[in-house]
Design a protein around this ligand. Structure first.
Ligand code: PBG
Length: 313
């Protein structure tokens, strides 16, 4: 077996490859921020005021990164997350700028309520319960406002049943049949999201997300979630988190012939970054991890490491 591992031959026989085009860059746009602000639990990652968005996207485009997923931190929150579907909201503004300055960029928007609701849940709340069907029309409104701003792809992340179909119908009804849907289909109720909740100020005031996000003991169920989303019209499906869920990524890839995204989430980033900062792990571990996610079967990866890896590639 060592014959093909010789220095000059080795790269010819690589089975998996990581391309810059496989990476999607998360962008946090903060309506309350004056300048660029580092996220304490995510060393090297920032929340950007709207005015900084074009510069950031430009830097990424120069590195060959062309796909972005936008998250917003609004000035005000309320019970129903009205800012999420405000045509002049923080994400809508950022998307307009991105598409105007960089028409070739691929703009994806996270469609969810948790950053916009006062209680921090991903759906409408009544008597301490998160309501499914009442939330769906709001998700449709958010998706339409993102499409109007110029989003290429909308990405519902709230794990409400029927969200993909509602959004598809809503978009088509407004003439946005070309806007694609990337669904966070198999999103687990995970401990790996806590740095994101600080980054996006989307922590919840009561309870947890276990009535809508998936139980991490299950992977058959993840396949059922993905199948439902495909049947409802998802163009791209997602498994999230990535690293502790490579088995789910692999099963999904073997079973479904649709593009599959893996989300290398905030906690995975923070874990690796802090160990690198301490000098306990080398930076090369980032590339190894992303290749592993590709090898498991992901087509695309959303990752906070995108810029550093693009430089390396
Ligand atoms: C919103 C959302 C979350 C993430 C992406 N979209 C957090 C959550 O469900 O609490 C997590 C991303 C990350 O941890 O990097 N529903």
């Amino acid at each position: 077996m060592r014959r093909l591992r010789r220095e000059n031959l080795r790269s010819l026989f690589r089975e998996s490859r990581l391309r810059i085009e496989d990476l999607i860059v998360p962008i946090f746009v903060d309506e309350t921020a004056k300048g660029k602000r580092e996220i304490p639990s995510m060393p090297g990652y920032y929340r950007l005021p709207i005015e900084e968005v074009a510069k950031e996207i430009g830097e990424c485009m120069d590195l060959g990164l062309k796909a972005f997923i936008f998250f917003g931190i609004p000035k005000k929150k309320d019970e129903v997350g009205s800012e999420a579907f405000n045509n002049d909201g923080v994400v809508q503004k950022a998307v307009r700028i991105a598409k105007k300055e960089f028409p070739d960029s691929v703009v994806i928007t996270d469609v969810c309520l948790c950053e916009y609701t006062s209680h921090g849940h991903c759906g409408i709340v009544k008597n301490g319960r998160i309501l499914n069907d009442e939330t769906l029309p709001i998700l449709g409104k958010i998706a339409i406002s993102h499409a109007k701003a110029g989003a290429d792809i909308v990405a519902p992340s709230g794990m409400m049943d029927g969200m993909v179909k509602s959004i598809r119908v809503a978009l088509d009804g407004e003439g946005f049949s070309e806007v694609a849907i990337m669904s966070y289909s198999a999103k687990f109720a995970s401990n790996f999201y806590s740095p994101f909740r600080e980054a996006a100020e989307s922590g919840y005031k009561f309870g947890d997300r276990k009535t809508y996000q998936m139980d991490f003991h299950n992977s058959d169920e993840a396949l059922r979630e993905i199948e439902l989303d495909i049947n409802e019209g998802a163009d791209i499906v997602m498994v999230k988190p990535a690293l502790a869920y490579l088995d789910v990524i692999r099963r999904a890839k073997e079973r479904f012939l649709v593009p599959l995204t893996a989300y290398n989430v905030s906690g995975e980033y923070s874990m690796v970054k802090s160990a690198i900062e301490k000098g306990w792990l080398s930076e090369e571990i980032v590339y190894e991890i992303l290749v592993a996610i590709k090898r498991a079967g992901a087509d695309l990866i959303i990752t906070y490491h995108a810029k550093e890896v693009a430089e390396h590639l």
